[in-house]
Design a protein around this ligand. Structure first.
Ligand SMILES: Cc1ncc(C[n+]2csc(CCOP(=O)(O)OP(=O)(O)O)c2C)c(N)n1
Ligand code: SF4
Length: 282
């Protein structure tokens, strides 16, 4: 049976927003993985991307700006049976939550981080984010951005991520394929999605991306080759690669932390003996 993952909530994204494509590709990915709505948890950052909490009929949790990854990691430890996603923005995850991307990459919890990269803080109407292009004039950078953009794929790879990939909100079949592969991966998977924001980002538009993107798989890229994968994460400008940059198998955080596979913490009794705890910590 194919499940419906769409709620009836009114959608407040601007017409033509790249978030629509990511929303559609996620629903398709859940269907391809034959998942039921109650088997999935998505934890969101704060931003336009976070509105998706209202539009996906799954378990949803919106926490603090930038903190989706530690929340998602805790949820996965508490219930290994859940398919856990962290749905985050570039400002959210690379600015406020930058350190969490580094540590999730090292720790390797079995969850998927979907990074909506519109290269701006959009919900707060267009300030530069750590992913904005150098020179981009925004409300917070009237003289243009001075700093080079942070590269989330290179950062994750250098921090030990076991699955690093990129999709484009304007290519749904390919994005769906990448999301399915990321969710199937046993360990931490980062899927950056190039997400045009037609209301505020006049530079990185659908057309701008369409003229530049190509698929790594068409070039015979080998995702096992870490050095080559890192080199590919540096390509940006005339040509922009999409697809799986890197994948390796490594024990997950839960496998190491909870060797008793059948022990689901969320199903344990909540009855606590305070006396027993006090004795234990004395
Ligand atoms: C700690 C904290 N700092 C700042 C804000 C204000 N704030 C809310 S949404 C947002 C922008 C989000 O941008 P991004 O993460 O790139 O998501 P987008 O809106 O582009 O999807 C900011 C700065 C906040 N809610 N919490
Ligand atoms: S401001 Fe940009 S990211 Fe936010 S809903 Fe509108 S188009 Fe989408």
């Amino acid at each position: 049976m194919t499940h419906d993952f769409k709620t009836s909530a009114e959608i407040v994204w601007c017409p033509g927003c790249g978030n629509f494509g990511i929303w559609a590709a996620l629903q398709k990915a859940f269907q391809e993985l034959s998942l039921k709505p109650d088997q999935i948890l998505a934890v969101y950052g704060i931003g336009c991307h976070g509105h998706m909490a209202n539009y996906l009929k799954i378990n949803n949790f919106e926490g603090l700006h930038g903190r989706a990854l530690p929340l998602a990691t805790g949820a996965k430890i508490a219930n290994q049976n859940l398919n856990v996603l962290a749905i985050v923005g570039d400002g959210d995850q690379l600015g406020e939550g930058g350190n969490h991307l580094v540590h999730a990459s090292r720790r390797n919890p079995n969850l998927t981080c979907v990074l909506h990269n519109n290269q701006l803080y959009s919900l707060t109407v267009g300030q530069a984010s750590p992913a904005s292009e150098k020179g981009l004039k925004t409300k917070s950078t009237p003289w243009g951005v001075f700093d080079p953009p942070l590269n989330p794929l290179a950062l994750a790879l250098a921090s030990g991520a076991t699955f690093v990939a990129r999709g484009f909100a304007g290519d749904l079949p390919h994005l769906t394929k990448v999301l399915v592969a990321g969710m199937k991966h046993q360990g931490f998977s980062l899927v950056e999605v190039l997400q045009p924001c037609p209301t505020l980002n006049y530079l990185n538009t659908f057309t701008w991306f369409k003229e530049r993107v190509y698929k790594l798989e068409d070039k015979g890229h080998l995702p096992q080759d870490k050095t080559e994968s890192f080199r590919m994460t540096q390509e940006w400008g005339e040509k922009i690669p999409l697809g799986i940059f890197y994948q390796e198998e490594r024990p997950t955080l839960e496998e190491q932390l909870l060797p008793e596979k059948d022990e689901i913490l969320a199903e344990q009794s909540l009855e606590l003996s305070i006396e027993k705890l006090l004795t234990e910590f004395r």
